[in-house]
Design a protein around this ligand. Structure first.
Ligand code: PEP
Length: 253
C-alpha cells in the first residue's frame, strides 16, 4: 500500500514567539509546492497560536508536543485537546521519550492522551522506542510490544487510521547516533506486524511509521529507502529552515 511520506519537526523547548515566526516564514517559502510529502512542525505551546495564524493557507501542518486528557478544569499547567483543536492543530505528539524520562509519562497516561486526542478530532504522533540498556539486553521488541499494547489499549480500528507511530530509539535522540537504516527497518517491520495483530492487516498496511533519532539531510534518503519507514520525526535538524526543508525534500536528492 502506498503511504504518503510524513516529516515532522519537534522543536521541543526552543524558540520564542519571534523566533518561531521567523523560522515558520522561512519554512513556508522553502517547502512551498511540495505535494508528495506531508510536513508538520511542533513549536512550543506559547508559539502555537501565532504560528497557526502564520500557517493559514499553507500545506505545513501544526502539531502540539503534548496534551492533557481532560477538556477543562483544575489542572494547572495543562493544555486540553479542545484548546488545540480551536487553533487548528492537526496533530499531537504523544509519549515522546523525554516526557516518559523526565515527566513521569507511562503507557497508561499515554493511552489516556491518545484517546482524548482522537475524541476531539486530533491526529496523533505516538512515540515509542527502547533505551540503550534495553537494546543491549535484547529487550527491544518486548519494550516496543509493551508500549504498543499499553498505548493503544481500547483504541478502536476506526480511529487508529488517524495515528502515526514514531519509532525513536532513545539512544539515538539528540546524540548524533542514528540507527542504521537496517536497524530501524527491523523494528519498523516488527511494529507493522504487531499492528496487524492488533488490527486488520489492511489497516496496519496504511499506518505510517516515522523514524526519529538524529535524522539529518545526510541520512534521510537511506532511511526513507526502507520498505516500512514512512517518514521522520526530527528534533535538532528541524530548528533550522535549510536543514528541515532539505529533509522534507529528500526525494530531490
Ligand atoms: C526527537 O526529539 O524526536 C528527535 C528525534 O530528536 P533529534 O532529531 O534531535 O535526535
Amino acid at each position: 500500500m502506498k503511504r504518503l511520506p510524513f516529516i515532522a519537526g519537534n522543536w521541543k523547548m526552543n524558540k520564542t514567539v519571534g523566533e518561531a515566526l521567523e523560522l515558520v516564514r522561512e519554512l513556508k517559502a522553502s517547502v512551498q509546492g511540495i505535494e508528495d510529502v506531508e510536513a508538520a512542525i511542533a513549536p512550543p505551546f506559547t508559539a502555537l497560536y501565532p504560528v497557526s495564524q502564520e500557517l493559514k493557507g499553507s500545506s505545513l501542518h501544526l502539531a502540539s508536543q503534548n496534551l492533557f486528557w481532560e477538556e477543562k478544569g483544575a489542572f494547572t499547567g495543562e493544555i486540553s485537546p479542545m484548546m488545540l483543536k480551536e487553533i487548528d492543530c492537526h496533530y499531537a505528539i504523544i509519549g515522546h521519550s523525554e516526557r516518559r524520562q523526565y515527566f513521569g509519562e507511562t503507557d497508561e497516561t499515554v493511552n489516556r492522551r491518545i484517546k482524548a486526542a482522537f475524541n476531539h478530532g486530533l491526529k496523533v504522533i505516538f512515540c515509542i522506542g527502547e533505551m540503550l540498556q534495553e537494546r543491549e539486553g535484547g529487550l527491544t521488541f518486548s519494550v516496543i510490544e509493551r508500549q504498543l499494547d499499553g498505548g493503544l489499549k481500547g483504541v478502536e480500528e476506526n480511529t487508529i487510521e488517524e495515528i502515526v507511530i514514531a519509532y525513536e530509539p532513545v539512544w539515538a535522540i539528540g546524540t548524533g547516533k542514528t540507527a542504521t537504516p537496517e536497524q530501524a527497518e527491523e523494528v519498523h517491520q516488527f511494529i507493522r506486524q504487531k499492528l496487524g495483530r492488533l488490527y486488520s492487516k489492511r489497516t496496519s498496511e496504511g499506518i505510517r511509521i516515522q523514524y526519529g533519532g538524529s535524522v539529518t539531510p545526510e541520512n534521510i534518503k537511506g532511511l526513507m529507502a526502507q520498505t516500512n519507514i514512512d517518514g521522520a520525526l526530527v528534533g535538532g535538524a528541524s530548528l533550522n529552515a535549510e536543514s528541515f526543508s532539505r529533509i522534507v525534500r529528500f526525494k530531490e536528492m
